[in-house]
Ligand binder design. Sequence first.
Ligand code: NAD
Ligand code: TDX
Length: 336
Amino acid sequence: MRLLITGGCGFIGTNFIYLMQERHPDWKIFNLDKLTYAGNRKNLLKLEQDENSGYTFIHGDICDKKLVTSVLNDHKIDAVVNFAAESHVDRSINDPAPFLTTNTLGAQNIMECARSAGIEKFVHVSTDEVYGTLGPDDPAFTEAHPMEPNSPYSASKAGADLMARAYFETYKFPVSITRCSNNYGPYQFPEKLIPLMFLKAQAGEKLPIYGDGSNIRDWIYVDDHCTGVELTLLKGQPGKVYNFGGAAEKTNLELVHELIAILGSDESLITYVKDRPGHDMRYAMNYALAEKELGFTPAVTFNEGIRKTIKWYQNNGPWLEEVLSGSYREFMDQWY
Ligand code: NAD
Ligand code: TDX
């Protein structure tokens, strides 16, 4: 298979490329990434420097029609996995425009280019956040739940999901959509809850909890999400949506207490700060369809995954230092 991955220098894309390279050494993987603040080419330098790895990096934007078309045709791409996105909710609250540009218009652009190039399989990576929010006693989201996005980020992702649906219905374009819950694991940018709390706890800095910390997220180890995307690529039906989750619902406060316990840090660092506007109360995923049709099941328990993740961050200080510079620092100073 000759596979185009977009956004492969980000958190999930990096983990996905390493896993696929290990599981399918015969695949040729092309990674198209714009290298925003969240993209780090060095994550995959090992593969780039190994001429037998079958991996190629291409610097560029999914919104660039000419470039995407030539990548698809010149490299004779069979299938596409679209991870590229602006992914942080707080940033989307500060400035929604780049979210609409990449997440909605960029997704439409790459689907249009892939349709023209006759691509046989396209996986669009979406999120549980398109469903909106659940109350404490509501059943978990199924794929039939209406899309009720509450942040500019989730609205921009929902826009792409609707366009993907229209491309299938109108053109029979072979797109499948994945919607997954909160990922954690190596290479996650330290603006997201788990790496941010790790970083701050290590530095003995305050741990900012939005609101009262009762918001619930369903945590999945990144490799399990990657397996879900792989299964969708190999067995997913065109036009279908597949939910993935980790069966690990926790309030933010519970999670931060667990992190503090593992790190041997100090509970007095917990600080309650102003709530995120439009903050979704709870996400929980029903992934029975993916279990039945794709054979998906989350393999890594939270207990196991969080320890692996913390170990990775402890062993990768230079990676953290590098991403903790430039525009990232400006954003963090402005937000907190
Ligand atoms: P990330 O922010 O870590 O990485 C995004 C990557 O996309 C970066 O490498 C960036 O350079 C690249 N990119 C951004 N705009 C681009 C453009 N216009 N053209 C080409 N490349 C571009 O994001 P992530 O957490 O790895 O998320 C990957 C995908 O998974 C996103 O689509 C996100 O919506 C989805 N998702 C994430 C989670 C999560 O918990 N992180 C959960 C469910 C779904
Ligand atoms: O400092 C913080 N304090 C805090 O209380 C941060 C950064 C977050 N939070 C809360 C907000 C959320 O309830 O923690 C929870 C998790 O926050 P994020 O890590 O920002 O993730 P979330 O908003 O849930 O979205 C994530 O999961 C779905 C990803 O960023 C999205 O890309 C993905 O689609």
